[in-house]
Design a protein around this ligand. Structure first.
Ligand SMILES: [Zn+2]
Length: 432
């Protein structure tokens, strides 16, 4: 007996099959599978794909979405985001932001999020109830925040966090040193030691802006990737977000060390940071994953939009239509993210984790449908995603959320909008 049986669904490059799911895994893909199942989904006319892995975000920033748009990066951070975070970030803020962001993520087909923020225990609470996978760590910095005051205090808290969440079903702890310009070499090396001792991933920001590269060069005599490599920090467990400004030697170092790149094209565009040459990284065999970054700098968590933007942007940037093709774009947004976390998902094959989405192509913008895979990358919208399954559990069907109360999501968004708007009015800092 199946836990979930999807009847007669079209799988690109395979054909029309039934998918039998048991114990969280794709147990069988075949024709006319036995009908006994706890839950049956009619797949006729739908297209099945692996779900998305959003490999770099700060999900609770969804409560700050749309504030301070069109400001330059430094003004946006210093005059808006850090002021509001200083006033509002709390367990409740992070939990409510995670609820809003995870609802949006499920509705746009994502079942794995790599998150870095404060009070990550609150994200774990929401993700566990909602049934999505999350890699979690709070930002480690050299200066005080609401998490801790000194690097050693951050590390102590990080160790406790790892002990609490290691071995859980959907939540896995990671270490998040914020960046090379906010963490000293000594902090970075303590993070590396702890990551090796506890066998967890490291998630950090690297080479996002020209300003960052210049200031790291000034301080340490080397650009960020060379600086990290000279410390002995880089390895296959290091996931580096952005990676926009690398010289040729740095690209070779990333490949050599087998570190992973987390590409966030829409955030890099919106904050005017630049365009990462992902097509070159892919050609060199560097492991590239895709992320949205925080929803206050994107301004959404829509991975389908992100992967379409990535593919088109790389073509325009490289002047080659083959720079990133549709199939590669999908692989970067799915399989590459899961495999970077050691999760056997991101392919619709027997034995893989049952993390998948069903898309309804019966819409004018998807017809006539000649090549489903290509047309999903270039024509589909996340609102075409009908069903989302994570580890065999149905999180959305017919666009109805099954594990999250949509009314509660609306309520928390309104509640925080009122609080934050009041504060900004009083401080005379309205940026919308
Ligand atoms: Zn980020």
């Amino acid at each position: 007996m199946w836990d979930v049986l999807i009847k007669s669904v079209f799988i690109p490059e395979k054909g029309t099959f039934d998918i039998g799911i048991k114990d969280g895994k794709i147990a069988s893909i075949g024709v006319n599978l036995q009908e006994e199942a706890r839950y049956i989904i009619k797949g006729e006319g739908k297209i099945a794909l692996p779900s998305f892995a959003n490999m770099h975000t700060h999900i609770s920033m969804s409560l700050l979405r749309g504030i301070g748009s069109d400001l330059p990066l430094n003004d946006w951070l210093q005059k808006v985001i850090w002021v509001l975070e200083g006033e509002f970030v709390s367990y409740e803020f992070v939990r409510d932001g995670a609820l809003l962001g995870i609802a949006e993520s499920i509705m746009s087909g994502t079942t794995l999020l790599m998150d870095m923020y404060f009070f990550e225990e609150a994200v774990a609470e929401v993700a566990t109830l909602a049934g999505v996978r999350v890699g979690l760590g709070f930002g480690i910095l050299d200066f005080p925040t609401k998490v801790a005051n000194t690097p050693d205090e951050y590390l102590k808290r990080a160790e406790q966090f790892i002990r609490t969440f290691k071995g859980q079903d959907l939540v896995f702890p990671v270490l998040c040193p914020h960046a090379t310009y906010t963490c000293s070499p000594s902090t970075l090396m303590k993070v590396k030691e702890l990551a090796e001792r506890e066998n967890v991933l490291i998630h950090t920001h690297v080479a996002e802006t020209k300003w960052e590269v210049e200031s790291v060069k000034e301080k340490y005599g080397k650009p960020p990737v060379k600086h990290l490599d000279s410390l002995g920090f880089l390895s296959e467990r290091v996931l580096m977000a952005h990676m926009v400004w690398l010289d040729e030697e740095e690209k070779a170092i990333v490949k050599e060390r087998n570190a992973k790149v987390l590409h966030c094209p829409e955030s890099n565009l919106k904050l005017a940071s630049g365009i990462a040459p992902i097509w070159e990284y892919v050609k060199m065999g560097i492991h590239v994953c895709l992320g949205t970054d925080g929803p206050a700098s994107n301004d959404n968590l829509d991975m389908l939009e992100e992967l379409s933007t990535m593919a088109k942007l790389q073509k325009g940037y490289s002047l080659s239509a083959k720079a990133i093709d549709a199939k590669t774009a999908l692989k970067i947004a799915t399989l590459n993210g899961f495999s970077a976390c050691g999760i056997k998902a991101g392919k619709l094959e027997e034995g893989y984790e049952a993390d998948l989405i069903l898309i309804d192509p019966d819409k004018p913008h998807l017809q006539p449908l000649y090549d489903p895979l290509v047309q999903i990358v270039y024509c589909a919208k996340s609102s075409d995603i009908d069903t989302v399954i994570c580890k065999g559990r149905v999180l959305m069907e017919k666009r109805e959320l099954k594990t999250i109360d949509a009314d509660e999501v609306r309520y928390v968004a309104r509640k925080w909008k009122d609080k934050i708007t009041d504060f900004m009015k009083k401080r005379n800092m309205l940026y919308f």
